[in-house]
Each structure stands twice: as C-alpha cells, then as structure tokens.
Design a protein. Sequence first.
Length: 422
Amino acid sequence: MSNTYDLVVVGAGPYGLSVAAHAASHGLRLRTFGRSMESWHAMPPGMFLKSEPWASHLSDPEGAYGLDAYAAARGVRAEHGVPLPVDFFAAYGDWFARQAVPALDERLIGSVTPTADGFALLTEDGEPLRARTVALAVGVLPFMEVPGPLRGLDRRYVTHSSHHGALDRFAGRDVTVVGAGQAALETAALLVERGAGTVGIVARADRLNWNTLPPALDRGLWPTLRAPHTGLGCGWRNRLYADTPGIFRRLPATTRERIFDSALGPAGAWWLRERFAAVGDVRLGQRITAAAVTGDERLRLDVTGPGGTTVLETDHVIAATGFTPALDRAHMLSPTLRGALRTVGAGGAPEVGGLFESSWPGLFLAGLLTAPSYGPSMRFVFGAEYTAGRLVRGVRQRLRAGARGGGAVGRPRAGGRAPVSA
C-alpha cells in the first residue's frame, strides 16, 4: 500500500479546507481535491455574508489563518455588525488554502468505492487513487432542493439560486423567486437592482422573518446573560446549538430531526430589509402546485394558497429553496457504499457517529451531511471549527486501529451501525 494515502479529502469549501489543514499539521499522507470555495465564487456579485466576521473563520490548528488575519493583511476592517461581501469571503478561503493546505488539486472526485483495505477513488479525468480513509466534505451544491412541480423543467425556465453568478441575463425579464430565506430575498433584491422586469416572491411561509441588528459585543453583564452572543445568533438555544453539537448528537433521533427541520428557519438579514422593499409582488402562504411551459415560451404556474389557486405567468423561476442532505444525492459514493450506510431521519441523511465517522469505518463526513446528526451549526461556516480537529482525530484513531489489525477500514460493522469513538 505504498501508493495509498492516509486520507483523501473530497471537497475544498470551508469544511474540506479546514479538515485538510488539520490533517496536514499531523503529517498525514494527504490529498485534497476540489475547486477552492466553488459555491462561494459562484454567488452573484453584490451578495454579502450573513454571518458575523468573528463567526466566519476557517479552522487551522494554530488559529493563524482566521478571517481577521486575512482582513488585516488586506487592510480591511472586519467589524461586528458590518456585513462583508461574499466575494471577499471567497477570496479569504482561497488565501487560507494557499497558507494551510498543501497542494490542493482542483479536480473533482468522480467516484469513491470501498475496497478490502480502504477506498478506491477516481478523479474526474480518470486518475485512480487509493486511500485508507476518506473525508467527504462536498458542501451544499450536490444537495440542491427544487420544489416537485418544477423538477424536470429545462434550465431555460427553472434554476436553483445556486446556479447563478451574475444576474444581468434577467434584465427586462419577469422572474419569480421561490422561498423566504436569505438566498431568496437577496436574490430578489439583486434582480431588481440589475434591471429585471417584474420580480416576485412565492413562499409557503405566512410571513417574512427578518433578523435584527446585532447588539454590541460589549453590552454589559445582564443583557449578555439574558441573550449571549453565539456564532449562530443571540440566545441560549443558539448557544446550545453552537457550543454543544456533541450533546445534540446524543439526543433521540426524532428530537434531532424535529430540531433540524425547525431551528434557525428562513430569515433575511437586517441590512437587506430596506433594499427588499423594491420587490413589489410578494405572495406569502402560497406554493406552486403545477408548472408548464406555454406556447410563447413562458412558464404558467398554478399557485395555491388559503384563498384557492391562481395562475401566474413568468419568464423564469429561481428556486431559492435550500438544500436537503440526502445520501442518495451523494453520487460520488458508489451504490454499494451508499446502500450500506446507516441513515437518520426521513430525509435519508447518513448517520454520523463519534468524531464524524460514518457507519462505514474509514469514511468520514463533514458539513451539511452531518447536520441531522450534529445539529444546525453544521449548516454554516461556523461549524467547521468544531468539526475539523475532531474529524482528524477520528481519522488518526482509525489509522492506528487499522495498523493494529483491529477495526480495519473498509469493512462495515454488523448491522450498519455507526461507530462510536471517544
């Protein structure tokens, strides 16, 4: 196995880069694959980071390459309560990769297949690789969610919000955005600012929720005790999600699923509310129940709400409807591997045990796929700090176990149960 790597990291977003940085610091024989900060670079110009700068660090063992360090090197003040452009954050991730991740390979991994002593991987251009362990940190793009009636329609008429960089192509056209979260509201505001014709929102929510201006970090003892700051927002419930993912993992599966579905629901950033006022057609408490292309190359939408069904015609629909961490969407994993993994919840996410190891020994998971197991913080950049060091500790334990001949990688446990590490 001289040509076998200790760890291959699949993905080069905030989680993949953070895991790779920790693995490199321990001297593991490592390869990291993926296009650096791909989903962040793909966002439309003019978008801003919703999280606070101090809650948006990628993770390295020494804490030397945080967002604050990059901002200082660029002569930019990363201040609490001041939103940073998304393209600035994407550039920070690229800088982090250059500083902390050796030899990032920007090819994608096409397949991961289990073997007797680990995993066989194939790059998108056909290079075979072997690894004792794999960390799957593929971000959110494989898990885009589009409402059922819109699935299967050509991308000329329906796209997901993650498909778009510049929105200038919609100048003068009528666009309907589906959703009530930050992606939907900011996309709609940007469409208006980029000269789209009519811009509308259709959302199942009965009302739009807006985050409030965050209070000062230093605001006195009593306000801090009543609603402490966390990387997920103020409040004790958010404090639990932010600081104790390990406790969340030990909750009953039904409780975890309920919290995953409801916690930190759709909301717009405080700084967007004034800009969003320019969006004129907002249909709340409604959902698209049917969609078809008309003879004049437009979309006919049946929109159903408490008052019945109405017909809406539009040139294009952008579904800003989030992401579902379903295992069957992780197509880079072989059918054998996907079929063997233990899942949690109705959504079919893979169960993740201690130190982020899946039920297939040696396959580790990071990011959105772990949110049903470890809680809401794994849906955000903030969760990378909790994940990276622990995951690499799990990798090292698995490598040591394999070297001793016990708990070998590449062999599923009986019953597909998730391994539990210390």
